[in-house]
Ligand binder design. Structure first.
Ligand SMILES: Nc1ncnc2c1ncn2[C@@H]1O[C@H](COP(=O)(O)OP(=O)(O)OP(=O)(O)O)[C@@H](O)[C@H]1O
Ligand SMILES: [Mg+2]
Length: 219
């Protein structure tokens, strides 16, 4: 279960603290999927980064299955980010010098016990329709294919929480549809908690839970 209570975020600027998020609370259980919408600059990426423990809140708490990542020691926090959270970034952030399969395997290199990581990576890439692209570099892929690699990479550690920041933002309608369907299918199979930030009302409509981030608050 993901629980967020009274979360606020200020960025410190030379002009003083700049409030981005204010008093945000939400709760999602295992298997639930939510979409977050809101205008550009409303703090969607900021919120997602905090939920994934990539940034820290100014106030409030975040717990995933009872653990507050911001109370963990550095080593445990690194393990939390690596194992418990899958992140698909706004702009896929693949390593350009690595092949598709190597990109998907990166999170498993950090973890000590990774079982049969290579088989799992291959299976995920098959599920997202990229079995024939394992040895391509990101520059040799289409935009939708890159997003599908990013999705496979985010899922390879079987995270409890999958966070996707505009995973279909730069795609045409058909590719966006393919990526969105794959995302929801992987989510259902793995029983992750899924949160997707999107500007697409069409994509948001496919999610049972929908939030709007407006005026620093979640509605
Ligand atoms: N490190 C930072 N320091 C100061 N202000 C920041 C910082 N990072 C982001 N901001 C500001 O916080 C606000 C929210 O940014 P964020 O990236 O979360 O928006 P967003 O909702 O994801 O927008 P978009 O839809 O364009 O991706 C913006 O106004 C941005 O200028
Ligand atoms: Mg953003």
């Amino acid at each position: 279960m993901l629980e967020v209570n009274h979360l606020s975020k200020d960025y410190l600027t030379p002009q003083g603290p700049l409030r981005i998020l204010s008093d945000i609370s939400l709760a999602l259980s295992r298997g639930q999927a939510a979409a977050v919408m809101g205008p550009s600059g409303s703090g969607k990426s900021t919120l997602l980064h905090i939920l994934g423990a990539l940034d820290f809140p100014t106030a409030g708490t975040v717990t995933l299955d009872g653990r507050n990542p911001f109370q963990l020691r550095e080593r445990e926090l690194a393990a939390f980010r690596n194992k418990d959270v899958g992140f698909v970034f706004q702009g896929h952030c693949l390593l350009p010098q690595c092949s598709v399969i190597e990109n998907v395997l990166t999170p498993t290199l950090v973890a000590k016990r990774n079982g049969d990581a290579a088989a799992r990576a291959r299976s995920l890439l098959e599920q997202v329709g990229l079995a024939e692209r394992l040895h391509h570099r990101p520059a040799e892929l289409s935009g939708g294919e890159k997003q599908r690699v990013a999705l496979a990479r985010a899922m390879v550690m079987k995270p409890l929480l999958l966070l996707c920041d505009e995973p279909t933002g730069n795609l045409d309608r058909d590719s966006a549809e393919v990526v969105a369907s794959l995302l929801l299918e992987l989510h259902r199979k793995q029983e992750t908690i899924l949160i997707v930030v999107t500007h697409s009302a069409e994509l948001a409509a496919r999610f049972p839970v929908r939030f709007n981030l407006v005026g620093r608050r979640l509605e």
